[in-house]
Design a protein around this ligand. Structure first.
Ligand code: GTP
Ligand code: MG
Length: 338
């Protein structure tokens, strides 16, 4: 299966135009001097963040990018025009690697910057540049330089503040639907979500972004299910919400879901388990209050999690979500303060 959070590109900046070899020819001037102009510089290639782009899907069809070449110089000291620069637009959070060496080249996190990735070649020199006291009529001119060429791999690591992790069908997308204007697909079957979705939450003081990613299953770190491929999207989030399905179709106990998910996060590495992670038990509308209290007690005691780190919600009815969002906002605000 092809996922859209990764793309391979071949890019080439423009070649410089060649310089011209030419001599001034005018009436009454029998021996005009050299007047060949220089070639124009080839266009550069840049990456630029476009906040309206959320995936790398467009690069599945277009993989080769060339900037314009510079034009040749001409007689009468005419310089060749420079080739146009090429700006490739990408989502915020795209990391660019050299696909041959795997070296990280650019981390495109700033929407106001233009990131230079390949320089266009300089133009060649016209013969006018070679005139000297000893050579009044040089014929020599030089070709332009080649533009830089690169093989790249792009990887999208979304810049969300909060990441949702949980087994398939736990209600992660339903939650994002309820609390933000993002509209990820919801289904009563596992693996409804096939790619990450971001939803913006407008809090009281500030706004923040939640990333919904495809569900994890046991063995994900070894490649089971959709694997852990998508965890890189939450590797930069400040807070993880571990979604527990209180009405699991496979009857996996809430506490076991938390243990299994934490194990998968741990295997992924990237310090995911070091993050602030809260447990969100979803679908309370389907349970009795006494059962909910039992679950709370069990998780508190056996996993040594405090009450403040466990939330009970119904993503479907919205119950409990307001309190969760308020807590998220103050936690994010706390971390963002210098
Ligand atoms: N009763 C009830 N059903 C819910 C609740 N939240 C989600 N559901 C249902 O649970 C099913 C799965 O919801 P999704 O939001 O698609 O689950 P998901 O975690 O995004 O699943 P994947 O994308 O497959 O990982 C859907 O049928 C939802 O309608 C809830 O709070 N209460
Ligand atoms: Mg989903």
């Amino acid at each position: 299966m092809n996922f859209i959070d990764e793309a391979y590109l071949e890019i080439k900046a423009g070649d410089g135009g060649s310089g011209a070899s030419s001599f001034r020819r005018e009436k009454y001037i029998p021996f005009g001097g050299p007047d060949g102009g220089d070639g124009g510089k080839g266009g550069d290639i840049y990456f630029k963040v476009n906040l309206n782009i959320n995936t790398l899907v467009d690069f599945q069809n277009k993989k080769v990018f060339n900037a314009q070449n510079g034009q040749r110089g001409a007689g009468k000291n005419k310089f060749g025009a420079a080739g146009d620069d090429l700006i490739i637009e990408i989502p915020k959070g795209t990391v660019i690697y050299d696909s041959n060496t795997n070296e990280e080249l650019i981390d495109c996190t700033d929407e106001s910057s233009k990131y230079l990735i390949a320089k266009g070649g300089d133009g060649g020199l016209g013969n006018a540049k070679f005139k000297s006291s000893t050579n009044q009529a040089p014929r020599k001119c030089t070709p332009g330089f080649e533009g830089e060429r690169r093989s790249l791999r792009l990887e999208l690591k979304s810049l969300a503040d909060v990441g949702l992790v949980g087994f398939p069908n736990a209600g992660k997308s339903t939650f994002l639907n309820t609390v933000s204007s993002a509209k990820p697909k919801i289904g009563d079957y596992p693996f409804t979500t096939l790619r990450p979705h971001l939803g913006a939450i407008k809090g009281k003081e500030s706004s923040y972004v939640i990333a919904d990613i495809p569900g994890l299953i046991e063995g994900a770190s070894d490649g089971a299910g959709l694997g852990i491929k998508f965890l890189k999207h939450i590797s930069r989030t400040g807070i993880l919400l571990i979604f527990v399905d209180l009405f699991s179709l496979e009857n996996i106990e809430p506490i076991d879901q938390v243990i299994l998910l934490k194990k998968e996060l741990d295997s992924f590495g990237d310090n995911l388990t070091q993050k602030v992670s809260w447990i969100v038990c979803n679908k309370i509308d389907l349970l009795q209050e006494t059962k909910i209290n039992e679950i709370l007690k069990e998780i508190e005691e056996k996993l040594q999690v405090t009450k403040e780190e466990i939330f009970f919600i119904s993503a479907a009815t919205g119950e409990g979500t307001e309190f969760l969002l308020k807590s998220l906002e103050s936690e994010i605000y706390k971390n963002k303060r210098p």
